[in-house]
Design a protein around this ligand. Structure first.
Ligand code: ADP
Ligand code: MG
Length: 346
């Protein structure tokens, strides 16, 4: 009879990493979320060879205290929650304390960080989870995470990765999507030292619309940016805002549908169903509307702790969310049509 034995720590980490890190874009998602949680106003993302060789995210956020640096790479260590109640009132994208240790377990990772008030930065290097002791170095305030040779110690996983062009395509798409929810953050993405995405931050007061229009145009096309119908409604518990395509702009694929729940990019069947229902009388079967929807709910009404990759949520009051979306979009499409038919002012 086989005996039961505890798994060695590095194997536990590699198994956990499998759920968080599927491919280069999953690394970028986690690193960007950390930068946003740190209050970054500038994100610099540099990719080499589709991320198969290297991925680097630099920010100007709050940094990590030198004493905490090793904890950033320790499993189940986080600065974002301390009690179960905090899970009910989550205001950060991260909370699991798993991403950095998981990424570190399956790559060669370098973490450099300097809080703005510190004179020096400190850096740590991890080789498949074996972490060196921190070293001081000169570096601007903020944090830089550099991930090299992803899955170098998991050859089976590495074989599943696609070409550099495909992997970079996923990264570019994700970066552009996340940029829709963060107009006040400047985002630069380079591939093999070539600048591919360069989105300036919206100034605090004005021109936010222009910035958003530019960010939409890049992701959803010029026609969407020009013709989309804006939404902005409050219900008892929710705030729904964003943009939807008029029926005349439908597509053969549902690939331009972006939903953010409390700033988190997710896919949700309930919301997709609600949108489909709202368009059913104006779109032929097999056509899809583009949309960018932001749903803000009190954190206690959304459970984000569904899957380690945090791409799904559960709504406590799903029925209300569903009805709000159906109603709002139905009305907006109707008023959009009326506006379209109105005679030009004489
Ligand atoms: P989580 O985001 O769930 O807390 P992570 O493993 O992603 O877990 O990060 C661990 C901790 O490292 C975070 O809680 C945070 O304190 C710190 N950290 C990670 N990235 C950054 C960053 N870019 N800026 C500041 N702190 C960071
Ligand atoms: Mg995180």
């Amino acid at each position: 009879m086989p005996r039961i034995q505890p798994l060695p720590q590095h194997l536990i980490s590699q198994i956990a990493a499998g759920e968080v890190v599927e491919r280069p874009v999953s690394v970028i998602k986690e690193l960007i979320e950390n930068s946003l949680d740190a209050g970054a106003r500038l994100l610099e993302i540099d990719i080499t060879h589709g991320g198969l060789k290297q991925l680097r995210v630099r920010d100007d956020g709050c940094g990590i205290d030198a004493a905490d640096l090793p904890l950033a790479l320790a499993r189940h260590a986080t600065s974002k929650i301390t009690t179960a109640d905090d899970l009910e009132a989550l205001h950060t994208l991260g909370f699991r304390g798993e991403a950095l240790p998981c990424i570190a377990a399956v790559s060669r990772l370098k973490l450099i960080s300097r809080p703005p008030e510190a004179a020096l930065a400190w850096s740590l290097v991890s080789n498949g989870g074996d972490v060196t002791s921190p070293q001081p170095l000169a570096h601007p305030p903020g944090t830089c995470v550099e991930v090299t040779d992803l899955f170098f110690n998991l050859p089976a996983r590495r074989k599943f990765l696609r070409t550099a062009a495909t992997e970079f395509g996923h990264i570019e798409q994700l970066v552009r999507q996340l940029a829709l929810a963060t107009p006040s953050v400047a985002v630069r993405l380079s591939h093999n030292q070539r600048l591919v995405v360069n989105l300036p931050a919206a100034p605090a007061d004005a021109a936010a619309d222009q910035i958003l229009t530019a960010r939409h145009a890049a992701l959803l096309g010029e026609d969407f940016a020009a013709q989309a119908l804006a939404l902005d409604v409050h219900s008892a518990n929710a705030h729904l805002h964003g943009w939807i395509a008029p029926a005349t702009l439908s597509r053969a694929q549902g690939d331009r549908q972006f939903l953010f729940v409390n700033g988190r990019i997710v896919t949700d069947r309930l919301v997709n169903h609600a949108v489909r229902l709202a368009y059913q009388d104006v779109l032929p079967h097999g056509r899809y509307p583009a949309f960018v929807l932001f749903l803000e709910l009190p954190p206690r009404l959304v459970d984000v702790n569904v899957h380690p990759s945090k791409r799904e949520v559960r709504f406590r009051e799903g029925r209300q969310v569903h009805d709000l979306i159906v109603q709002t979009i139905t009305q907006r499409l109707a008023s959009g049509r009326l506006a379209g038919y109105a005679p030009p002012p004489s």
